[in-house]
Design a binder for this molecule. Structure first.
Ligand code: ADP
Ligand code: MG
Length: 682
């Protein structure tokens, strides 16, 4: 019996060579091996007589090798093995490319089962590269066969054999983390049956039953994990704010809030004055004005003597928030400071001292606000902007810093309802579904690189009218090396400056620049001293330059839909007519559809739904985005019923055993999945 953490290399029958292949797929231990689920299945159950084969259709035949296989070298790199097999009805010619060893593996006079696509005609029936095995082996023929997602250098065969070995090594003693009563109540199969049949289904029904159990388990663990993360907040008394009227704040603004913004502000004020901790998500499309909602909440907290922390995912964004918010809020008596990784040591010490003394009301920063040496006198509100860059666990960590502070999460990534339900299960939501007045639709075009001359002419014309442009340059990996963003961006910026726009000012910006340099470039761009800013996706999030009217995205196929939408949101932020140009030479169907979605709609929620349809939920769940475990079997576009059912079960369990003290194995599994350190969960 093998432990699930056993290195695959030591799983009986796998060995060093295969383990090396498996590692390419991220499979390092036994658990990862048996949890590497098929992406599809091939039904190879149908047997036919050779005479009944239909050209173009797949089938199994039982046949005898009728003569010695012949091996011929056609040319360098091309070997053929040919042989004839027969059954009682007819003969079939088989051809194998570049598998010369088969000459000695298929023996004259012996019977095998072959599976492949029939070709040829009635007189001359053929198959190319059919899989085969001896009758009764039942591994690759005569059954439903798993199809695994693979990378180069690993074959289906290696994988399914390894998984077979893996299952044999542990199947009898697979630990089941689902409580027995849950399993019984929801009519879920045993874990062993589930793993066996998700890989090697006996029939369709067995596959359905296996999958149902694994999907349930996956969603159950996910819900439990999220509940644990939030549990400590749920019953919590919050710091009660004075219900002061918001008029002084409104009066200080240079514009009137939109109805949707005002509603969000009032939601926050109500929460914060309620005596319970606020737990609110503000979801609004790019440019909908979420920053002002945060400002209002900060002001409201400060009026009751509470400090606020505002956390942004990048330094540029934190600095920008500081620049827009500090003048406004200082004018209202809210003392603000910026703290980032590049704050000089002396300034940092002073800021921290003021913070601890209660001489600061708002601290704006990046992850630096999470470091243990940042101590607040009376932290009452935590705002995280562009939440999708922060993991759930990080959020929890920050929440733990004060005396149960109010939490305001701002997200510009519209999330389909089904996913929002999971990710933000018990956050209250304010939706900003209205843009500030005067905004126009961003006209979006998808073209190939043949249009470059016309695009450049268009940029020139826009510049002549005083507008600015972003050019997003993709990271192209050169001969298998990691892409070098600095090189790509500076080279493209230089080329544009020298060869295309000698009369304009072109400047590069990228993540490898020193924060000071980046800031200078952003400041120059903001002030209109740069016409064309060539960047990587560092501009993706939140940067606000109302005079920028063109977003040109090169190699648009490299970006996800949501990312393209975010990038596009950098323009159209002022009153100028704005444009987004997506350049791609990729003619694949998927890419074409994605770019078409962009040209058809400006609505982030519609785009998110499309993204979910096109890419599946995996990307939304990648730990990079949310800190959530990725879904391996569940498909939220069709498993909604199971989601409800497993959620109800998870909630019942949490109600009865809030910390899962009575279910230690289950708790351990969840901690592993969420990769949580004890600190974040307790
Ligand atoms: P996002 O929701 O993407 O964070 P921002 O808060 O950055 O949007 O706001 C985008 C732009 O709209 C900013 O320039 C901001 O000053 C402006 N803005 C916000 N609210 C309003 C409003 N009610 N009327 C006019 N302009 C507004
Ligand atoms: Mg923003």
């Amino acid at each position: 019996m093998a432990d699930l953490t056993t290195n695959v290399q030591y799983v009986k029958g796998v060995g060093e060579a295969r383990a090396k292949s498996l590692r390419k797929l991220g499979i390092t231990d036994l658990r990862a091996l048996i949890s590497f689920f098929p992406r599809a299945y091939e039904d190879r159950r149908e047997f036919r007589r050779i005479a009944d084969l239909v050209p173009g259709e797949y089938a199994c035949v039982r046949a005898m090798v009728a003569g010695e296989p012949t091996l011929s070298h056609i040319r360098k790199g091309l070997d053929l093995v040919k042989l004839r097999v027969v059954d009682e009805s007819a003969a079939l010619e088989l051809t194998y490319f570049n598998q010369s060893y088969l000459k000695n593996n298929l023996h004259t006079g012996e019977e095998y089962v072959f599976y492949g696509k029939a070709e040829g005609n009635l007189l001359r029936r053929q198959m190319t590269n059919p899989v085969f095995e001896r009758e009764g082996e039942g591994r690759v023929t005569g059954r439903i066969v798993p199809v695994y997602p693979l990378t180069a250098g690993v074959s289906q065969n290696v994988l399914s054999r390894s998984i077979r070995q893996g299952l044999d090594a542990c199947a009898d003693e697979l630990p089941d983390v689902l409580p027995e009563e849950v399993r019984a109540a929801h009519r879920l199969c045993h874990i062993r049956y589930a793993y066996e049949n998700i890989h090697f289904p006996a029939d369709d029904e067995a596959l359905r039953v296996a999958r149902r159990r694994l999907v349930f388990e996956e969603l159950y663990l996910l819900t439990l994990g999220l509940r644990l993360l939030r549990a400590r907040r749920s019953d919590s008394d919050g710091q009660k704010c004075e219900p002061v009227p918001l008029d002084p704040f409104y009066a200080a603004l240079p514009f009137a809030l939109t109805g949707a913004q005002a509603r969000a502000v009032e939601d926050c004020a109500r929460d914060m004055a309620s005596g319970r901790a606020m737990n609110r998500l503000v979801q609004g499309d790019v440019g909908s004005g979420k920053t002002m909602v945060a400002a209002a909440a900060v002001w409201f907290a400060a009026r009751s003597g509470l400090q606020s922390a505002l956390m942004a995912p990048t330094e540029i964004l934190a600095e920008q928030h500081f620049k827009t918010l500090a003048p406004l809020l200082e004018g209202l008596g809210v003392r603000c400071a910026l703290l980032t990784a590049s704050t000089p040591a002396k300034a940092r010490r002073e800021t921290l001292a003021r913070l601890a003394e209660g001489e600061l009301d708002l601290l704006i920063g990046t992850h630096a606000l999470l470091s243990p040496d940042v101590a607040y006198q009376r932290l009452g509100l935590v705002v995280t902007d562009e939440q999708h860059r922060f993991g759930v666990a990080q959020r929890a960590l920050l929440g733990g810093k004060g005396d149960n502070p109010h939490l305001l999460v701002m997200s510009a990534t519209p999330i389909p309802r089904t996913l929002a339900l999971m990710i933000y299960g018990d956050l209250d939501v304010s939706l900003i579904d209205e843009l500030p007045p005067g905004r126009q639709r961003i006209d979006t075009f998808a073209v190939n690189s043949g249009y470059h001359e016309r695009i450049y002419a268009f940029l020139r014309k826009q510049a002549a009218e005083g507008r600015q442009a972003y050019v997003v340059c993709p990271m192209v990996a050169e001969n298998g090396e990691l892409p070098d963003e600095r090189k790509a961006v500076t080279a493209y910026a230089e080329k544009l400056q020298r060869e295309v726009f000698p009369e304009l000012t072109v400047a590069p910006i990228h993540g490898k620049m020193k924060p000071k340099e980046k800031e200078t470039v952003m400041r120059d761009f903001s002030a209109g001293r740069i016409d064309i800013l060539v960047s990587t996706t560092v501009v993706e999030v939140g940067v606000d330059v109302p005079n920028a009217a063109v977003m040109l995205i090169e190699n648009a196929e490299c970006f996800g839909l949501s990312q393209l939408h975010q990038l596009r949101g950098r323009v159209g932020r002022g009153t100028h007519k704005s444009y987004c140009i997506l350049v791609s030479d990729n003619t694949g169907e998927d890419n074409r559809r994605r770019l078409q979605v962009m040209t058809k709609t400006n609505n982030g929620f519609e785009i998110a739904e499309e993204d979910l349809k096109l890419r599946g939920p995996g990307d939304f769940f990648g730990s990079r985005q949310h800190g959530l475990p990725s879904l391996r079997v569940a498909d939220l576009s069709c498993d909604m019923e199971l989601l409800q059912e497993s959620r109800a079960a998870a909630e019942a369990l949490i109600a009865a055993d809030p910390a899962l003290a009575g279910h230690p194995a289950l708790r351990r599994r969840i901690d592993e999945l969420f990769e949580l350190n004890a600190g974040a969960m307790n």
